[in-house]
Ligand binder design. Structure first.
Ligand SMILES: CC(=O)N[C@H]1[C@@H](OP(=O)(O)OP(=O)(O)OC[C@H]2O[C@@H](n3ccc(=O)[nH]c3=O)[C@H](O)[C@@H]2O)O[C@H](CO)[C@@H](O)[C@@H]1O[C@H](C)C(=O)N[C@@H](C)C(=O)N[C@H](CCC(=O)O)C(=O)O
Ligand SMILES: Nc1ncnc2c1ncn2[C@@H]1O[C@H](COP(=O)(O)OP(=O)(O)OP(=O)(O)O)[C@@H](O)[C@H]1O
Length: 497
């Protein structure tokens, strides 16, 4: 694309140098620059991208977007100064990739918990009903047979627009996206034209980044206030959880039509007569379009909410109820979300991605529903992330399980022992016999599995779900809870036979 026409999309800029040149791609990472690329200098959390301008030029960048002055730039390099490079990145990427969100029906899902599950449910319903749909989220970006691992829940604008463009190229009609609060606060989805925005819930998390729950809620609000603003166009829907009080704020923030779902309160889409069992859930779905009986293959009350959210989003998209039911009933779950480990043992082992207080409490309460024996919980708290949730999560783990094993989880630059100590501080005084501390995660899992002796015992390994690494001293080490548990169970079985 010609640089001059790309720059037309930016309202405020100061340009020096030639704009009559072809841009071969846009990037924010000097290490990924290819000849002819436009390099955008972003101020990050650890580094300032302006510092890498020279590296970008050495790797072949022919134009730079900057926010602050940089010196010694060769005259052959076009320099474009803007007030905010992050905003410019979103606008340029949207334009460079031919505004793909305008060519797809886009459903965005936000909330503290349930984004990955709900997006996968919606994705399954739409694809099963013959509507080609792409997905972008914490685990991966998928479109048809194509799958790419993702780094962030919601990618930076450049990657996000590239993924959407690929979906358009592949003939997708829909895209379903996880929209994190970080992404909303940083403008990663600026200019993205959502048709439907879904809210799951809001509870304590990410307070290292958002500072307060009010600020956290305000960033979620952006998705709903943005609805209908970008490109205007036809009807937009806000799908809100009526049992979560933040929904009131979101309903006030949006001009879109609201569809409310829930269990406890009156709603447009409501779950009734719920029967929970270890392998799943049965319930009746009452909607303004009709009522149907549903069997879900994923357990837990929280998954009833996720299903209701996905039903509401699909109703907003005019999908017939029979097709919604079919898509939900054929859904087998998401990797690392309340995933049973089946390695020949007679007790239950579950790997779950619960990594905040509400998620952990839900996971433990769900496990308790079908555990008449001992419930053991392996749990750690991440380093360099929200310190405040550490004692709360330990309190929940020791309250709802018979033995909580406090261990490490992506400790990053922090001392694992110190994180565990901060967790222990949260255990209620009467429950100090309910926990042990084992720093090494594999040893912690081994201990939990050794404690499970009866068929009605259950081990829940929480926090890392599908992840395939542990970040220790800022270095990623290969580690997967499911594989580790399987290996240890087989070893235990060999020993006991
Ligand atoms: C805190 C945060 O959001 N960090 C994100 C950020 O990294 P950063 O700011 O540290 O980047 P940096 O290392 O300071 O670099 C600054 C700039 O210099 C560039 N650079 C850097 C080095 C170099 O040699 N050359 C170069 O050009 C970088 O590409 C970047 O543009 O930019 C990276 C690239 O886009 C992101 O992958 C990274 O997300 C990290 C992995 C992260 O953990 N983010 C979390 C907080 C996050 O965003 N989470 C939410 C989900 C939360 C949830 O719901 O659970 C998400 O959407 O993922
Ligand atoms: N609706 C819900 N309400 C509360 N907890 C939930 C809900 N759905 C899932 N959980 C819990 O949260 C964990 C993570 O679920 P999921 O991956 O779907 O959420 P997420 O919002 O995508 O999380 P992240 O953005 O961190 O990836 C699950 O393993 C489960 O323990």
């Amino acid at each position: 694309m010609l640089l001059a026409s790309l720059l037309d999309s930016l309202l405020i800029k100061q340009v020096s140098g030639d704009t009559d040149k072809v841009i071969t791609g846009i990037t924010v990472d000097s290490r990924k620059v290819k000849p002819g690329n436009l390099f955008i200098c972003l101020k990050g959390f650890q580094a300032d991208g302006h510092r890498f301008a020279c590296d970008a030029i050495s790797n072949g960048a022919t134009a730079l977007i900057v926010e602050t002055e940089i010196k010694d730039v060769p005259s052959s390099i076009t320099l474009v100064k803007v007030p905010d490079t992050r905003r410019a990145m979103a606008v340029l990427s949207d334009f460079y990739y031919e505004q793909p969100s305008k060519q797809l029906r886009l459903i965005g899902v936000t909330g503290t918990n349930g984004k990955t599950t709900t997006t996968h449910l919606i994705h399954n319903i739409l694809n099963c009903s013959g509507r080609k749909t792409g997905l972008i989220g914490t685990i991966h970006m998928i479109c048809g047979d194509y799958c790419e691992k993702t780094v962030n829940t919601t990618p930076e604008a450049i990657d996000l627009q590239r993924y959407l463009h690929k979906m358009v190229d592949d003939g997708a009609q829909y895209a379903v996206l996880e929209v994190s609060s970080h992404a909303l606060a940083m403008g990663r989805v600026r200019g993205v034209d959502f048709n439907t925005a879904v809210f799951t819930n809001l509870s304590h998390d990410h307070l290292d980044y958002h500072q307060s729950m009010t600020e956290y809620a305000r960033s979620k609000e952006k998705l709903f206030s943005q609805l209908g603003n970008a490109y205007g166009s036809d009807s937009k829907y806000a799908v809100l959880n009526v049992d979560c009080e933040t929904s009131t704020l979101l309903a006030e923030a949006t001009t879109a039509q609201v569809i409310r779902y829930g269990i406890l309160n009156e709603a447009d889409v409501r779950g009734r007569y719920i029967r929970l069992h270890p392998e799943g859930t049965d319930f009746v779905v009452e909607t303004f379009k009709g009522t149907f009986q549903l069997h879900l293959n994923i357990p837990g009350m929280f998954n009833v909410y996720n299903a209701l959210a996905s039903i509401s989003a699909c109703i907003a998209e005019n999908i017939p109820l029979e097709q919604i039911k079919e898509g939900l009933e054929s859904f087998k779950g998401v990797s690392g979300r309340f995933q049973p480990v089946l390695a020949g043992q007679d007790f239950n082992v579950i790997v779950d991605y619960a990594h905040n207080p509400d998620g952990l409490e839900n996971a433990l309460k769900t496990a308790r529903e079908f555990t008449s024996g001992r419930l053991l919980c392996v749990i750690g708290c991440e380093g360099d992330r929200d310190h405040l949730k550490r004692p709360i999560m330990a309190r929940i783990a020791s309250r709802y399980s018979d033995i909580a094993i406090f261990t490490s989880d992506n400790t990053r630059s922090e001392d694992p022992e110190l994180i565990i100590k901060q967790m222990v501080d949260g255990v209620e005084s009467g429950l100090t016999n309910r926990y042990v501390t084992i720093v090494d995660r594999k040893d912690a899992i081994r201990y939990a599995l050794e404690q499970a002796t009866k068929a009605n015992d259950c081990v829940i390994i929480a926090g890392k779900g599908h992840e395939t690494h542990q970040i220790v001293k800022n270095v990623a080490i290969s580690f997967n809870d499911i594989e580790v548990a399987e290996e240890l169970i087989r070893h235990k079985l060999v020993k006991t036979r």
